[in-house]
Write a protein that binds this ligand. Sequence first.
Ligand SMILES: [Zn+2]
Length: 335
Amino acid sequence: MLRRYLHLTLLAVLLSACGSTALPSQPILVQPPTATLTPSITPPPPTATPIPTSTATPVPKSRRVLIVSFDGLRPDAIAAANMVNVMSLMQSGAYTLTAQTIMPTLTLPAHSSMLVGTCPAKHIVRWNEYVPENGFAQGIDLFDIAQAAGLRTVMVVGKEKLRQVTEPTSTDYFAFVDKTDKIDDEFAIVQLAIQQLAEGFDLMFVHFPNGDLEGHDSGWMSVAQLRTYANDDESLGFILESLRKRDMFNDTLIIITSDHGGHDSTHGTDLPEDMTIPWIVSGPGVIPMPISTQVHTMDTAATAAFSLGLPIPPEWDGVPVYEVFGMPIIPSEGC
Ligand SMILES: [Zn+2]
């Protein structure tokens, strides 16, 4: 008690001392403390995200975020494969078909940047196999901050190496569907995703691997690859339908993207065909429009965090795509 009293007295002395040195001739010493106190009193949410300007734009919070990555999906494959569900989200949401991934344009490094929010120089994942000895992507990732806020985090992926994007302790549920497990069930991933959806989630990442695998077998933009993406799009349709049925669609922010594109039957280079990815966002607060700012894959983590009202780690290279919420743009620099 006494200590507390001393604290208060000390604080009062300090405040008046600060005031008097800062404004020696001004008698209005009362104002600085009130001015500093007001902002912390007015915004009631405890996890208030940093808003770039002092304008009173309300934060467009979503109840949950779903991120879907179609492995190897080039933006021009969306129309070519007639991905009707992806296109419906483009209509209801904001989109760019010229977003950029990182170098190397490989699955594990690129998904790390997408979900950790940083360039490879920070998360250090440049390998592209499942190498458990290498551990996990470095730094605080999207799942870390979501879980720290008590949110339920889910990952359903089609490549085991994606386990290395975030530590097992940061995902409440993680499922990897092995190619060899596929048996004749190409809808294994979507079934798991829908199960998790039924259990309730706050952050879910769903990864469809087959377009990439078919690209390596038959070539990027081949008929066979496009057919695979059409199937994946059908799976997305089931997820959207399930969200709607459970009355979860309207308060879910959905981001559709990919890790890299491809050319011939490969990827990994800095060719535009490999670097350019689609980035589509639909959900609470999103204004339907083509996005004019340059989006980078790290902005996925940042936009998801922003929409969930989570604090964005200062070291992240990604920036929320504020434009889609009608807020002032902060350019995203890339790597
Ligand atoms: Zn990939």
